[in-house]
Design a protein around this ligand. Structure first.
Ligand SMILES: Cc1cc2nc3c(=O)[nH]c(=O)nc-3n(C[C@H](O)[C@H](O)[C@H](O)COP(=O)(O)OP(=O)(O)OC[C@H]3O[C@@H](n4cnc5c(N)ncnc54)[C@H](O)[C@@H]3O)c2cc1C
Length: 464
C-alpha cells in the first residue's frame, strides 16, 4: 500500500508546477506537489527575481554616479553596501516564498505539499526521500515533471578545486569581487558582468565563440559589445579555457587557448556561466518509461506528454527556450488540454525575451540571420535610439531598433536595443499577434514624448 495516492503528482515547484497545482486542485483533483528545495524554483530563488533585484541596485548606483550629466551635484562618492543589497534581495525572496506557501494551506483538502527528493519506482509510483531516515511512497494517476535545470559546470582541469562561483552562489556574495572572471558570454554572464562592473569590480568575460549572445544578429552583438566595453568590461573571444588554478595568495589564473596563441588571465573570483543541465538524471526515469535526448532533456510531444502518455514534462527540463514565461505557458497548455478540453500546443508559439543589460535588448520573432537561413523574404529598417525625441531629454542615446517586415507589410520580427526595450518589443508582439500592417503603427497617434514614439518612424528605411 502506498503512503499517499492522488490524481495528480507534481514534481518540482517551478513556474509551471505551482499554478498547475492550484488549477488542478480547484478543478476538484487531489494534488501532491513534491519540492526538494525552496518553493518557487529557479525564477524566484536563483533566477529572474534575484538577478533583476540586484540589477536594480546596480542600475540605481550607475544613475547616481552619472547624475552629473543631468546637472545633479551629489555630496560624496556613491558606494555600494553589498550586505544591504543582498539583504534587500533576500527579503523580497522570502516574501515570494511565503506567498507561494499560502497555496499549500494544510486546510485545503485537495492539495498536499511534500518536502523531499522525488524519483520514480514505476510508471505510476514515486518515492519521496523526505529525510535520511524517512521516505514516502505515492501512487498517482497522472504525473507532471517540472524539475528545471542546474548550472552546468564544464570539465576543465583545476576548475573543481578553484572555489569557483555559480550563478546561484554569486547571488549571496557579501563583498564586491576585485576582479571577476566570467566564463560564458550568454545573457546571464552579461547581466552579472555589467551588474558587478557597476558595483565596482573589474570584469573579464571569456567566450568560446567569436561574439557574445551567439543567437543574435551581428549588428546587435556589436552594438551591445561596444556598450559593455565602454562600461570598462574586457571581452575575450574565441578562447578555450585549458586550466584553472588558484595560488596560495588566493589569486586565480585561467590558461586560455586563443587563435593568437596561449594567454593567461588573473582574477580574484571566477563565475561559471556556461549553461544549464536538466534535473532529469536523478528521477530514475527508466522505471517510468520516460525518454530523454542525449543531453538529458525529457522528450515531449506538442501537448507536453512524455513517451509515457500519463506523464508530462513542463518548463526547462524538456529543453527548448528556458524562460519563465515559456514554463508558465507550458502550464497553460496542460491546463487547457486537461481541464478545458482544449487543443493547445506548445509548438509554434511566440518567443519574446529580454536581456537586462544597459542598453536592454528586447527580441521577438525572426532575426535577420534566421530570416536569411529560412529563405524568408523580408525588408529591414533600423532606427538609432538617439533619433527618438525621448533620447534627447533623458540623455540615453545608445542602441538602435531593427524591424523586419514581410512582402505583405506585416511584421516578422524585431530587435530593440535601448531603454525600455522589453516593453517596446511587447508592443510589436501585440501588433504581430493582431497581424497589423506596419503602416498602422507608422500612422498611429502616439503620446508625446514617450519612447514608443519611435514606432511612428522606425519603418522609414522600408520606403527608401
Ligand atoms: C541566473 C538566471 C537568470 C534568469 N533570468 C531570467 C529572466 O530574466 N527571464 C526569464 O524568463 N527567465 C530567466 N531565467 C530562467 C528561468 O528562471 C527559468 O526558465 C524558469 O524559472 C523555469 O523554470 P522551471 O519551471 O522549468 O523550473 P524551476 O523553476 O527550475 O523549478 C524546478 C524545481 O524543481 C525542484 N526539483 C528538481 N528536482 C527535483 C526532484 N527530484 N524532487 C523534488 N523537487 C525537485 C527544484 O528544487 C526546483 O525548485 C533565469 C535563470 C537563471 C539561472
Amino acid at each position: 500500500m502506498p503512503d499517499y495516492s492522488c490524481d495528480a503528482l507534481i514534481i518540482g515547484s517551478g513556474q509551471a508546477g505551482n499554478p498547475l497545482a492550484t488549477a488542478l486542485a480547484e478543478a476538484g483533483r487531489t494534488v501532491i506537489l513534491v519540492e526538494e528545495a525552496q518553493l518557487g524554483g529557479s525564477c524566484v530563488n536563483y533566477g529572474c527575481v534575484p538577478t533583476k533585484t540586484l540589477l536594480a541596485s546596480a542600475e540605481r548606483l550607475h544613475q547616481v554616479r552619472t547624475a552629473g550629466e543631468l546637472g545633479i551635484r551629489l555630496g560624496g562618492a556613491a558606494t555600494v553596501d553589498m550586505p544591504a543589497v543582498i539583504a534587500r534581495k533576500d527579503a523580497l525572496l522570502a516574501t515570494s516564498r511565503k506567498n507561494l506557501a499560502k497555496n499549500f494551506d494544510p486546510k485545503h483538502e485537495n492539495t498536499t505539499l511534500l518536502r523531499g527528493h522525488a524519483a520514480f519506482t514505476g510508471p505510476h509510483e514515486i518515492l519521496v526521500q523526505e529525510s535520511k531516515e524517512h521516505s514516502s511512497t505515492i501512487k498517482a494517476k497522472q504525473i507532471f515533471i517540472n524539475t528545471g535545470t542546474r548550472p552546468a559546470v564544464p570539465n576543465i582541469p583545476g576548475l573543481a578545486e578553484s572555489d569557483y562561483l555559480t550563478t546561484t552562489t554569486l547571488l549571496d556574495i557579501q563583498e564586491v569581487p576585485e576582479h571577476l572572471l566570467i566564463l560564458g558570454g550568454g545573457y546571464i554572464g552579461l547581466e552579472f558582468g555589467q551588474m558587478f562592473r557597476r558595483f565596482g569590480s573589474r570584469i573579464t568575460i571569456i567566450e568560446t565563440g567569436h561574439q557574445l549572445l551567439e543567437r543574435e544578429d551581428d549588428d546587435v552583438c556589436e552594438c551591445l559589445q561596444k556598450a559593455l566595453v565602454d562600461d570598462g568590461i574586457e571581452l575575450v573571444f574565441d578562447a578555450q579555457t585549458q586550466r584553472v588554478s588558484r595560488n596560495e595568495a588566493g589569486e586565480l589564473t585561467l590558461t586560455l587557448d586563443t587563435p593568437k596563441g596561449g594567454r593567461r588571465l588573473h582574477g580574484s573570483h571566477l563565475l561559471v556561466a556556461t549553461g544549464r543541465h536538466p534535473n532529469s538524471d536523478t528521477l530514475n526515469l527508466e522505471a517510468a518509461g520516460v525518454k530523454t535526448d542525449e543531453k538529458g532533456y525529457i522528450q515531449v510531444n506538442s501537448k507536453l506528454q512524455t513517451a509515457a502518455r500519463h506523464i508530462y514534462a513542463l518548463g526547462d527540463v524538456h529543453g527548448g527556450p528556458q524562460f519563465t514565461h515559456i514554463s508558465y505557458d507550458d502550464f497553460r497548455v496542460v491546463r487547457d488540454n486537461l481541464l478545458h478540453r482544449g487543443h493547445r500546443s506548445a509548438k509554434q508559439r511566440p518567443l519574446p525575451y529580454c536581456v537586462f543589460t544597459d542598453p536592454q535588448l528586447g527580441r521577438i520573432g525572426l532575426s535577420e540571420d534566421q530570416a536569411k537561413a529560412q529563405g524568408i523574404k523580408y525588408r529591414v529598417s533600423k532606427l538609432p535610439v538617439r533619433k527618438i525625441g525621448r533620447a534627447q531629454q533623458t540623455g540615453e542615446q545608445t542602441g538602435f531598433w531593427k524591424v523586419l517586415v514581410g512582402p505583405d507589410d506585416r511584421i516578422l520580427g524585431a530587435a530593440i536595443l535601448g531603454p525600455e526595450a522589453g516593453d517596446i518589443m511587447t508592443i510589436l508582439q501585440v501588433a504581430m499577434t493582431g497581424r497589423l500592417r506596419y503602416q498602422q503603427l507608422q500612422n498611429m497617434v502616439i503620446a508625446h514624448p514617450i519612447w514608443a514614439e519611435g514606432l511612428n518612424v522606425v519603418w522609414k528605411e522600408l520606403a527608401e
